[in-house]
Ligand binder design. Sequence first.
Ligand SMILES: *[C@@H]1O[C@H](CO)[C@@H](O)[C@H](O)[C@H]1NC(C)=O
Ligand SMILES: CC(=O)N[C@H]1CO[C@H](CO)[C@@H](O)[C@@H]1O
Length: 348
Amino acid sequence: MGALRVITFLGTILNFYHRALIFNEVENIDLPGCQLLKGIEAGSEDIDVLPNGLAFISTGLKVAGMKSFAPDEPAKILLLDLEDGGLIPSPLSFSEGFDASSFNPHGLSTYIDETDGTVYLFVVNHPEGQTIVEIFRFVKGEKLLVHLKSVTHKLLTSVNDIVAVGPDSFYATIDLFFSSNFLNHMSILLGLRWTGVVYYSPGDVRQVVKGFHSANGITISTDKQYIYAADLTAHTINVFNKNEDWSLTPIKSVDVNTLVDNLSLDPVTGDIWLGGFPNLYKALLYNPEDPPGSEVIRIQNIHSDNPVITRVYANNGSVIQGSSCASVYKGQLLVGTIFHKALHCPLH
Ligand SMILES: *[C@@H]1O[C@H](CO)[C@@H](O)[C@H](O)[C@H]1NC(C)=O
Ligand SMILES: CC(=O)N[C@H]1CO[C@H](CO)[C@@H](O)[C@@H]1O
């Protein structure tokens, strides 16, 4: 190998280490009064809270090469009422005909039809590694999800997260460009920026953002004008203006220096909350003696020149491992994880 190639190679490796934050250790930041949610032991990958305090939690995601504490149990969508104080999630059932046995839920998003109050739940489903976006109607009284539609499309490969923008339309982040794991690892190693965001509605499907390392969580501002999308290995939150024709114009990118996963918004303040795990390597090569940690970050005033980024909670894995999302509802924080537990903390 020539010197230049050695240097380039070393540069690539260092760049990778930096992106995967392999040497990052977590210093605990505690919040008083946190408690683990009962019955969640095998992940709480995504959480979405309705304006009335009902939280949907996806649990039991299985990813090839990632730890699972319940490899043989089917995944579920749990419902938790943040108004009743009981903090006991219960599973939702599915309408007849939906194949719950191969259900493998990843990101989820709710949409409320303002005209009649119907609640739609969109779930990214990965049965046997495929990507299907499932659209359900939520029937509160019966704790039931009525399956309406399975969306597949050639642009919707390897969807990570979605944000619903209509009863059958959404934006989706694409986290991997290739179908081969080897090529995906190489593309992370080489820092290729080939993933992005796809807009979907029946009859109009297109890629609206390119240039992400690994697009991850996505959400919409309370005034529905902006889209926020996380780039996991670039450690950034990217702000886009949502245009009339559903195209997205980049506005800015904010560096948060952690592996940013799913995003959520405080409906009252508009602050962005995100769950991240500070060390990709520990999440991938799971070692119970040295588990991946968890971090919850709040971004205030993202549209200003000086957004305020605060690490609100951090744990080295002794309480909660590999957090993937954080949601707030009326002074309560819910922290979800890729394959571990879920935590509830009062904020004051
Ligand atoms: C994590 O933090 C706890 C509490 O401070 C401590 O007891 C434990 O040793 C730490 N674990 C690791 C792996 O650093
Ligand atoms: C907890 C969390 O951040 N959940 C968000 C994940 O992303 C979806 C969009 O797909 C949001 O609706 C959730 O609020």
